[in-house]
Design a protein around this ligand. Sequence first.
Ligand SMILES: NC(=O)C1=CN([C@@H]2O[C@H](COP(=O)(O)OP(=O)(O)OC[C@H]3O[C@@H](n4cnc5c(N)ncnc54)[C@H](O)[C@@H]3O)[C@@H](O)[C@H]2O)C=CC1
Ligand SMILES: O=C(O)[C@H]1O[C@H](OP(=O)(O)OP(=O)(O)OC[C@H]2O[C@@H](n3ccc(=O)[nH]c3=O)[C@H](O)[C@@H]2O)[C@H](O)[C@@H](O)[C@@H]1O
Length: 445
Amino acid sequence: MNIAVIGTGYVGLVTGVCLAEIGHSVTCLDIDEEKIGLLNHGKSPIFEEGLEDLLEKNLQRGRLDFTTDYWEGLAGKEIIYLAVGTPETADGSADLTFIEAAGRAIAAHLKQNAVIVTKSTVPVGTNQSIKRMIESELAEPVQIRIVSNPEFLRQGTAVHDTFHGDRIVIGSDDPAALALLEEINRPFQLPIVKTDLRSAEMIKYASNAFLAAKISFINEMAHLCAHVGANVDNVAEGMGMDSRIGGKFLQAGVGYGGSCFPKDTNALIAMGRSYDYPMPLLGSVQHVNDKQRDWLVEMIQTRLGNLEGKTIALLGMTFKPNTDDMRESPAIRVAEQLQAAGATLRGYDPVAVLRARQVMPATVMLTDNLQEAVQGADCAVIITDWKQVKDLPLEEYAGLLASPLLFDGRNCFNLKVAEASGIEYHSIGRPIVNSPGTVSSLASH
Ligand SMILES: NC(=O)C1=CN([C@@H]2O[C@H](COP(=O)(O)OP(=O)(O)OC[C@H]3O[C@@H](n4cnc5c(N)ncnc54)[C@H](O)[C@@H]3O)[C@@H](O)[C@H]2O)C=CC1
Ligand SMILES: O=C(O)[C@H]1O[C@H](OP(=O)(O)OP(=O)(O)OC[C@H]2O[C@@H](n3ccc(=O)[nH]c3=O)[C@H](O)[C@@H]2O)[C@H](O)[C@@H](O)[C@@H]1O
């Protein structure tokens, strides 16, 4: 089928490339000329495993092309995916400026009947209002149908998730449009949930909010574990074996970040507010998450005291491994707080040094060399569970640091391994290992 994808960010680009891979003819359109320039040369502007290979392959097959021109992008396209950003406004609600601008551009350039498929995460009711807006501004008398097709991919595993996701959700109040979307997606061979427009919009927000709640739940348990001497990882494992609970998204740590959980929980709360329902559960989920960053900083301050004159290595800048995305990364707040307390900071990240430079405090020295960041520092603090960070033996950390002290915001290391290495090891919701002046016994952990 002939498909246009508007927006070539994390979602639009992956969608366009994967739709080409399953056999469709796809034009991706973006207003960012630099991105389109790179893409036309087979270069991905984002770090996403497997994406560049599929991009090059489908460019060569002639199934995929990129443009900044709406006339060219929409010519002959019967299906138009919308994948522009829906960031947060000052009051927490979703900013629909980009969606509206893309909708207006579609109305002005469309010459044939088309099905609009919204991939962007949008508040309930948005698809209906976008359809009305486009219809009221159409330059030609053509017919518009609309489908909500929310995206569930995770950054870092986006291509894998597209081909191996748990489900594809398509929502529309138009049976013909639903049938068409089912046909487009059939080659993915994934379960397809067909529903109405509003329920599809809601499924996306409810899913992200539930995952965020799972993370905050285990982080709240981690606090209590730290007080009572339990190990939150053991607790999560024991809980997760109950199939009603499930073991995924129970990894305690410095809290969730990224472009979606923070903004989507806010947008859901804003939606609730507009109906006079304050969504108290979600407010608590956010509160617990904010406190995780503070908790890590407090741990460091409690152990080191005055941070003036101390050098701290922050390991991992991105909000999770295998992405170069810095949006809402816990590293930003941790760095700001440590710096305000007087510490000198070095930041390590294997892929995101350039992006981190744009958002981290200016005085943080940034490097993609792990050893260089750790060498001679008074302690190291793991923010992102990059493979490189997990693979460096604790003995090496101990040897590189001025004093062998490691704070782990992602619980990357086994406690017995930490004990054997001799490093003083603080993690989230687990007993401190090799703490000075205490005899460590990890037999039960
Ligand atoms: N990043 C992720 O992992 C996921 C994101 N989502 C949702 O998907 C949507 C897109 O997110 P991302 O891909 O992360 O955003 P992004 O910010 O990476 O990309 C958005 C792209 O849209 C382009 N754009 C903006 N206005 C445009 C216009 N009028 N015409 C053409 N292009 C335009 C921008 O230049 C940019 O390249 C959001 O609603 C987000 O909540 C959903 C699931 C996963
Ligand atoms: O709507 C979106 O944008 C996407 O948001 C998340 O995907 P993503 O933000 O890419 O990454 P996740 O793997 O979900 O991680 C989000 C954050 O939670 C943290 N996390 C995750 C899992 C966990 O157990 N503990 C934990 O702290 C991660 O470190 C990261 O900071 C969802 O997992 C996707 O399904 C969804 O499509």
